[in-house]
Design a binder for this molecule. Structure first.
Ligand SMILES: [Zn+2]
Length: 228
């Protein structure tokens, strides 16, 4: 019995650790799958609206894409070769959006901090658990762009110069809920495997705790190997 009692806390700890690891790995996988024509994750084809920089000159087009485990909000400076495009005020007013309507981790503190384009991503399943943002830094030529990552680890670009990153910034409610759900699943799995092993050892006449053969020993006596 002592052995079984000792097993439970370690089983719980292992489940909690694996629950967190599962949550993080799912979020990281969501950064790369699916791999589409325009990079990683869901394509940002759904319009959100327009917003202006503080000086009123730069208009930013905001679009988003989402699937079950990845939501991305894209900010694109509406320009041609870096020159802002003049936009009629009524056109802007018709499509303008209040940035504050987006979750805090899916928007910049100020549009003035952005350069050309940025993607704010939240990933995880079933709830979004991690977030990071990927920013244009400089353009070498055409599609050859150097990026920087905020709130995560930057990985080398792929062969098509698409940015890659692993998010490290927690979205606490999602991270805790997902980790707890996966920890429960791991605990259930460990418990089921443990029960099966005990039943198999009992049938084979072995100690249920360590598997040491009990042949010839009276029922109820302690195991000579583990004392259980
Ligand atoms: Zn034993």
């Amino acid at each position: 019995m002592t052995n079984a009692c000792r097993n439970r806390p370690s089983r719980l700890l292992a489940s909690l650790g694996l629950g967190l690891a599962t949550t993080v790995l799912i979020g990281w996988a969501a950064m790369f799958l699916p791999r589409g024509r325009h990079g990683y994750g869901p394509p940002t084809t759904t319009p959100v609206g327009l917003a202006k920089s503080t000086d009123g000159f730069k208009v930013w087009e905001i679009t988003q894409g989402r699937n079950a485990w990845h939501r991305v909000v894209s900010y694109w400076f509406v320009q041609i070769s870096g020159q802002a495009i003049m936009m009629r005020n009524e056109d802007f007013e018709a499509r303008k959006v209040d940035l504050e309507s987006l979750p805090r981790h899916l928007r910049p503190a100020s549009l003035d901090d952005l350069h050309m384009q940025a993607w704010y991503r939240e990933v995880g399943w079933p709830l979004k658990a991690l977030t990071c943002s990927i920013h244009w830094k400089t353009q070498v030529r055409n599609a050859d762009i150097i990026y920087r990552v905020e709130g995560g680890v930057q990985l080398p670009r792929d062969r098509e110069f698409q940015p890659r990153a692993l998010p490290l910034t927690p979205i606490w409610t999602g991270l805790i809920a997902d980790s707890a759900a996966f920890a429960l699943a791991w605990l259930a799995l460990f418990t089921a495997v443990g029960r099966l092993r005990e039943a198999r050892r009992r049938r084979a006449g072995c100690c249920v705790h360590c598997g040491y053969p009990r042949t010839g020993r009276p029922d109820g006596s302690r195991c000579p190997e583990c004392g259980g």
